[in-house]
Design a protein around this ligand. Structure first.
Ligand SMILES: [Zn+2]
Length: 344
């Protein structure tokens, strides 16, 4: 329903543009599917204490650039539906989901499985965050959207099947990938993770899976300690986990270089049908939780590399999911650069 509303507002906007250009007909470009951003204010009700870096204000920052592009008619913002418990347990154990629910309902302030603070609104927020990725997958795989960005929190890539940690409750991107496979029959999915921290949860979920190629650049040694280059998957997943650890101080040369020289050929062999991004912007220069030096222009170029992979192999289908990013201004600018490139 919300999707219908936002499509209507897009059409109104497109009509207004056409009228302002002096024509009564929609411009051809406006009739093609465009970038869609998924955002649900329920994700603001996850409220870690005090001056915790993973605060609701992060999403205000992330949405600044998005709203500007929306006003320019370059994307639409849609409200997703929350994920169902059935969608969550495609990734997480029923016992873990039960534990999350009971600990939030009991008023605990930290998940017993790890360093993730919780509040009374955290379950609704976590279901909304995972649901945004599910909704984005539906929109992109069905062709309603050209590509999508999910402005979500809590982040997800540290959450494994039975353990939330690192500010994460549910693994949003993994839930979206499983949804693409189960609901749409997508057989090969690339997940590229440029957050400064290793996506240990995503790696765990797809360790022996084989349907997902997981490519991760991250600072090492750094939280959470995993992500050595020799962690490459097992069984069906052998060779499908690609870790590129870099020391503090690494930036454009290392990370963009890894995307160009390792990810591009790996994607050429894997031929993904859907491309997903764990878009963490704590790898940006000046982030308080990382020591990488990427700039906003670098994020635009990383986006371009991934968009080109998707164009070559996956009919352009990209679903990008916000992970970290803890400098308010830095997050606003980096997301703007990323989403602008997605919508270009
Ligand atoms: Zn991070």
């Amino acid at each position: 329903m919300t999707l219908a509303l936002s499509r209507r507002s897009f059409l109104q906007q497109a009509s207004a543009t056409a009228l302002s250009l002096g024509g009564g007909v929609l411009p051809a470009a406006a009739q093609r599917p465009i970038t869609q951003v998924f955002y649900d204010s329920a994700t603001l009700r996850h409220e870690p204490s005090g001056d915790h870096p993973e605060s609701p204000t992060r999403l205000d920052a992330a949405m600044e650039g998005v709203r500007t592009l929306e006003r320019q008619g370059r994307l639409t913002v849609a409200k997703p539906r929350p994920a169902t418990e059935g969608e969550i347990v495609r990734v997480h154990t029923p016992e873990y989901v039960k534990l999350v629910r009971s600990e939030i309902e009991a008023g605990r302030r930290t998940l017993s499985t790890g360093d993730t603070e919780i509040s009374p609104g955290s379950l609704g927020a976590a279901l909304a965050a995972a649901g945004a990725v599910v909704s984005a997958v539906d929109a992109v795989v069905s062709g309603r959207a050209r590509n999508a960005f999910c402005a979500v929190r809590p982040p997800g890539h540290h959450a494994s099947q039975a353990r939330g940690m690192g500010f994460c409750v549910f693994n949003n991107i993994a839930i979206g990938a499983r949804h693409a496979a189960r609901a749409h029959g997508v057989e090969r999915i690339l997940i590229a993770d440029w957050d400064v921290h290793h996506g240990n949860g995503t790696q765990d979920v797809f360790w022996s899976d084989g349907s997902v190629l997981f490519f991760d650049t991250h600072q090492h040694p750094w939280y959470p300690g995993t992500g050595n280059a020799d962690e490459t998957g097992e069984g069906n997943g052998r060779g499908r986990i690609v870790n590129q650890p870099f020391p503090a101080g690494a930036g454009r040369d290392e990370i963009l270089g890894a995307f160009r020289t390792r990810l591009v050929p790996a994607a050429e062999r894997f031929k993904p049908e859907l491309v997903m991004i764990s878009a963490g912007f704590d790898s940006r220069a000046g982030d308080p939780l990382g020591k990488f030096t990427l700039t906003d222009a670098d994020f635009a170029e990383l986006t371009a590399v991934v968009v080109e992979i998707a164009r070559q192999h996956a009919r352009g289908r990209v679903v990008s999911v916000l992970e970290g990013g803890y400098s308010r201004d830095g997050l606003a600018r980096a997301v703007a650069a990323h989403v602008e490139r997605l919508s270009a």
